[in-house]
Write a protein of this length. Structure first.
Length: 697
């Protein structure tokens, strides 16, 4: 039977944006999938062991190779330094011999020059022509009189008599004064102008020195070393330099550096500084000097006190070893690749029991697999691990049963408890009872998802609670306190909170909280506390509260100054009580209390200390302010009028003021002084204010 297929072809060239977008999405998905596969494979122990083995092999071979090559590099550089020292000393010795040969040649020629020939041009010319050896050794040979005038000069072009004078040249003067052979510093030649070194030889007879025979060597075309510097075919990186004792370059492969200081030569600058730091020794046996990335040796040339400097590049010396390192590492990589399949096969065979153990452990907590059966047989660590996992499975099953039984008992206890109970771990509750949910007006789910801080009325309260709780736990005790809590509907209530850790040695295992509503208890307690310190009729502070406040001022004397105590005794109150009755008397006391309170400052204390006796405690009040307040109180009391029958009831007040000072440093003494002042005011005719004796007024 024939089948009909419909094929739809989409030409993505007509939709280039769609094609690129689709390709980009597929590439991104492919990268993510590849990364996921790699991470999954890296999680397997076999892969980790394989990679670990590879890393160990690579690191072992690499480290061994590098250690041996590093040792070889160190030995090579050490040997090259010793060889370079020997080469420098040998070069210095050959150069010293060359210098001595030049001086001997001049000495031999000077013995054939006669005094009379100095003024005989033909004789000098014959002498010059006979010195073919000197012409081969020096670029210029001359004869000069003691006055410095050059009598004849000969070079490759012939003989001449230049009009130059050498009398100011230091080497010329030194030759005449010391009557010995002298080698000059590098100087511009008088005849050629090029940098030269002059070998000067005194010519003398029985009468003394009558001439100076000299040979000049141009440093720019006939080098001192005669091949020792220019001929460096043994190593292109080796460089030989000659300097004088001050570091001025006398011979250099680069002629442009002649007469320049050696400190300007990059390959020798640090070594030259090190040599100078050692005292610039002209050591014929040679010495090694430090120079970054170079092997530097130096040796002194006896006689002229010149220095031979040899320098070779460390990189070129170690190039064969570096190439050997690359070859060794390549060989190590090939060895790892060859051993990889063998390692993989060995690991697979060794870890086969582990794969069986993994499969059984995956079903360790399945109800269909009893924890005692199904474990693979193996030996060694895998057998031990199998036994441990089997024991874990058995113990876990037993613990699960015990936990289920314990949780059932705990749930029953919590449900029957008349207080809110919760288990907290970290900053959240994990278990609540019904009473807890009722106290906080929320469901178990809503209360479990919120932080502990949400149950406190203010976040600052929660932070203070944590500090107090931690202090209690550190001392090994449970915490207890009263806090204003917040219900889920936003209302508040006061609760007695008790908190204890499950494990006092490890509080991170969780804590058990209990809550009791103490709203009514706190209200009753606050009412009792208020009644203990206030007058029930007027609502003012009573005598107990007054004396406590006064005692605190006395205890902080003299920092509590200025302060004053005012006693107030009502005038003509007894007739009001006797005539109008106790009800009107109580009303009069209430009205007077209100009048007194209206004349004092917000921080002053007004108290009723007796039947018709009142008192003021004025903290931080000067003498004048105390008098002003007392007068205002006296006037306010005098203005009190209560209608009664066809008339009004009216009282007055006598006031006594006692300031806190050194004579009133006891509560009884201060109160007695104020009482005595009040009595004096009453004795003076009532409705008056008096200060206690000893008070400045």
């Amino acid at each position: 039977m024939a089948h009909l297929y419909t094929v739809t072809v989409c030409d993505f060239t007509r939709f280039p944006g769609l094609s690129r977008h689709t390709y980009g999405m597929r590439s991104e998905i492919g990268i993510k999938q590849a990364g996921s596969v790699v991470l999954r494979w890296l999680g397997f122990l076999k892969v980790r062991l394989l990679l670990g083995g590879m890393v160990v092999m690579v690191m072992s071979v690499t480290l061994i190779t590098l250690v041996f090559l590093q040792s070889a590099e160190t030995d090579t550089l050490s040997a090259e330094r010793r060889r370079e020292i020997d080469e420098a000393a040998s070069t210095a010795s050959r150069l010293s011999g060359h210098v001595v040969a030049l001086q001997r040649a001049l000495g031999s020629a000077s013995s054939r020059l006669e005094r009379l020939a100095l003024d005989d041009t033909d004789a000098l010319h014959r002498f010059a022509l006979s010195q073919s050896v000197l012409q081969q050794l020096f670029s210029n040979v001359f004869v000069a009189a003691p006055d410095g005038s050059v009598r004849i000069s000969m070079d490759a072009t012939g003989t001449s008599r230049p009009t130059v004078n050498l009398s100011q040249r230091p080497y010329f003067q030194q030759t005449l004064m010391q009557v010995r052979s002298v080698i000059s510093q590098a100087v511009p030649g008088k005849l050629s102008g090029a940098p030269v070194i002059v070998f000067a030889q005194p010519v003398r007879d029985e009468q003394g020195v009558f001439a100076v025979l000299g040979g000049a060597m141009r440093l720019d075309n006939r080098d001192l070393l005669e091949g020792l510097v220019d001929s460096q075919s043994e190593d292109a990186t080796a460089m030989v330099v000659v300097t004088d004792a001050l570091g001025q370059i006398l011979a250099h492969p680069n002629r442009a550096r002649l007469l320049q200081p050696l400190s300007d030569e990059p390959r020798l600058a640090v070594a030259f500084a090190s040599w100078q730091a050692k005292g610039a020794p002209v050591e014929p046996t040679g010495l090694a000097l430090d120079q970054p990335h170079e092997v530097v040796s130096a040796a002194g040339v006896p006689g002229p006190d010149w220095m031979i400097w040899r320098v070779r590049s460390e990189a070129d010396l170690l190039a064969p070893l570096h190439a050997a390192r690359v070859r060794a590492l390549s060989t190590a990589a090939a060895l790892v690749l060859v051993l990889l399949p063998l390692v993989l096969g060995t690991l697979w065979w060794l870890l086969r029991p582990l794969a069986l153990l993994e499969d059984r452990a995956r079903h360790m907590f399945d109800a269909a697999y009893p924890p005692e059966t199904g474990w693979p047989r193996a030996s060694g660590e895998i057998a031990n691990l199998s036994k441990v996992l089997r024991r874990v499975g058995i113990d876990r099953t037993r613990l699960e049963r015990e936990r289920a039984r314990t949780m059932g008992q705990l749930t029953s206890v919590m449900s029957a408890a008349p207080m809110g109970i919760a288990f907290a771990q970290g900053l959240r509750f994990e278990l609540l009872n019904k009473e807890f949910c009722r106290l906080f007006a929320g469901t178990e789910h809503d209360l479990l998802v919120e932080d502990l801080a949400a149950r406190f009325w203010a976040h600052a309260d929660f932070e203070a609670f944590l500090i107090q709780q931690d202090a209690a736990f550190v001392s090994g005790e449970a915490y207890g306190g009263e806090w204003q809590m917040r219900r889920r509907d936003g209302s508040s209530f006061w609760a007695a909170l008790r908190c204890s850790p499950v494990d006092i040695r490890n509080t991170s295992r969780g804590t058990v909280w209990t809550f009791s509503d103490v709203e009514e208890l706190r209200a009753s307690r606050e009412l009792l506390e208020w009644a203990a310190t206030h007058d029930p009729l007027t609502g003012l502070a009573n005598r107990k509260a007054f004396e406590a406040r006064a005692s605190r001022l006395i205890d902080t004397f003299p920092s509590s100054q200025p302060a004053s105590m005012v006693f107030i005794d009502l005038d003509r109150f007894k007739p009001v009580n006797d005539t109008a009755g106790h009800l009107m008397g109580d009303l009069m006391l209430l009205t007077v209390a209100k009048a007194i309170s209206g004349q004092v400052r917000s921080g002053d204390l007004v108290a009723r200390i007796g039947g018709d006796e009142f008192a003021l405690l004025l903290d931080g009040c000067s003498h004048d302010d105390a008098l002003r307040i007392a007068e205002a109180v006296r006037g306010a009391v005098r203005d009190v009028r209560l209608p009664w029958g066809q008339g009004v009831l009216q009282v007055g007040a006598s006031l006594g003021i006692a300031e806190l000072n050194a004579t009133h440093l006891s509560l009884a003494g201060w109160m007695d002084a104020a009482d005595a002042a009040c009595y004096a005011a009453k004795a003076s005719g009532r409705d008056a204010v008096r200060f206690a004796t000893g008070t400045s007024h």
